[in-house]
Design a protein around this ligand. Structure first.
Ligand SMILES: [Zn+2]
Length: 467
């Protein structure tokens, strides 16, 4: 079986046939950096990280582009409220997103272009659309003429006469049709602007992705991804802009399901947010990743604390096996490594069927635990190698970066530091016992210089890291 992916435009699961054999180009709509990320944002990042890992595991050389929308209304409003330039708000939140992607083990994109860095490319695209009769300036804005592109509505499965008006312009009177959407927004007083042949202004949201996807991946590329909430109007408008201009654009459209919070869709317009930093106070990063990965990427994942805790326990069971087996088998004969099980491969090839793939992985863990109990080292080793190979595809191998260098080793480091301090304090006690107060004081001063405060209590010395 070869890789099959659900294509939103075809409304079907299609065999994946890349433009260039052995290569795959992927564009993902990234963050609008108006606020720090909640775990809904991370669901999309993690879902497409699994896609990229699976493409690579299947032998493709992947080029991955994920944009940053660093100019839009809410960024401008926040900047105004704080009395700072918009780029300060955008930079701050982009750092928060990058941190969250890293901490959840998402591989960085090959390129992460920002909208404000690609105004010349957008101006070229607008010019092509105007020259082709697909766009027109009016009232300081530039609009896309939806009647000029007969396939408008095909991606979201809507007919033009049933579509709601585009609510994205300053001056609706300048539009020929209320459904025409804004490519370029005329400058409002006090807002940042760029000069164009059609007057000063700033880009509409949709335009940036068309301009940046084709700049980095070419006029035609393989896969375009994003959350289901982006199908309309954002992706519909991207297709219209690029295809009307004559580009082939994306050949497969993949959309991840949203994260639901008590029935409320967690989209960027909703107020229900579970900040990544807050959730990571309750569970560790790989546990949160397991929670986000386990459901099929197209399903609606309804958030609950219970489900998050269950996911954490499930991950801990895997982790216990991997860590224990690795310790027990250290130095055991390195037999031929078994490949990924066929059941795992076929599950992943069927539109990234992670639930079935995880079932194959759990079976390996179960077999491995039984083999350990029976002291069958060869079987335990085979299970361990196979489980870790599967976990690697899902970004969940407890012994791989970032987990091995992250929270897990942080715990270990704390334990080691604790033991070292204890050892040092025992030496101080020994010095005191032989009335060598100079050495005892020197030990205490040395700890103090390292930022370790020691307090003598009736139960013995207590220490803490000083702030
Ligand atoms: Zn986009």
């Amino acid at each position: 079986m070869t890789l099959h992916l659900h294509d939103t435009l075809a409304r079907a699961v299609r065999e994946f046939t890349p433009i260039t054999p052995g290569q795959a180009s992927v564009y993902l709509c990234g963050a609008t950096v108006q606020a720090p990320p909640h775990i809904g944002h991370l669901r999309s990042a993690v879902a497409f990280d699994v896609l990229i890992r699976w493409l690579e595991a299947s032998g493709y050389r992947v080029t991955f582009c994920r944009n940053v929308t660093d100019i839009e209304d809410k960024i401008l409003r926040t900047a105004q409220a704080e009395g700072v330039p918009p780029w300060i708000v955008a930079e701050r939140n982009q750092r928060a997103f990058t941190w969250a992607y890293d901490v959840l083990g998402c591989r960085p994109p090959d390129v992460e272009p920002r909208a404000t860095g690609h105004i010349p490319e957008m101006i070229v695209l607008i010019r092509r659309l105007i020259e082709g009769g697909h766009a027109y300036p009016g009232g300081g804005d530039v609009y896309f003429d939806v009647h000029s592109y007969p396939e408008y509505g095909a991606l979201s499965g809507q007919r033009l006469d049933q579509m709601r008006p585009a609510e994205d312009s300053l001056d609706d009177d300048a539009k020929r049709d209320p459904r025409d959407f804004t490519l370029w927004k005329g400058a409002k007083p006090g807002e940042p602007f760029w000069e164009t042949p059609w007057g000063p202004g700033r880009p509409g949201w949709h335009l940036e992705c068309s301009a940046m996807a084709t700049k980095y991946l070419g006029p035609s590329f393989d896969i375009h991804g994003g959350g289901m909430d982006l199908i309309f109007p954002h992706h519909e408008n991207e297709v219209a802009q690029s295809c009307a201009a004559g580009d082939g654009f994306a050949r497969y459209w993949m959309h991840n399901g949203l994260l639901g919070l008590a029935g409320e869709k967690m989209s960027k317009s909703g107020g229900n947010s579970l900040l990544v930093t807050d959730v990571l106070r309750r569970v560790r990063a790989p546990e949160l990743r397991y929670y986000l990965v386990q459901a099929h990427y197209r399903s609606l994942l309804e958030y609950s604390e219970d489900a998050l805790e269950e996911a954490a326990s499930a991950y801990q069971r895997i982790e216990r096996f991997v860590v224990r087996a690795s310790e027990v088998l250290m130095g055991a004969a390195d037999d031929e490594a078994p490949g990924l099980p066929a059941s795992f491969r076929s599950a992943m090839d069927e539109d990234l069927g992670v639930p079935a793939a995880l079932a194959a992985m759990h079976a390996s863990v179960r077999d491995g635990n039984q083999a350990l109990a029976a002291a069958d080292k060869a079987a335990a080793r085979a299970s361990l190698v196979q489980a870790r190979a599967m976990l690697d595809v899902l970004g969940l191998d407890p012994l791989a970066p970032p987990w091995a260098g992250g929270s897990g080793s942080g715990d270990r480091l704390r334990d080691v530091v604790g033991s070292l301090v204890k050892l040092t304090l025992q030496q101080r006690d020994a010095a005191r016992a032989r009335r060598d107060y100079a050495t005892a004081d020197a030990i205490r001063d040395g700890l103090d210089e390292m930022g370790i405060g020691v307090e003598d209590t009736p139960e013995g010395p207590r220490w803490e890291l000083k702030r």
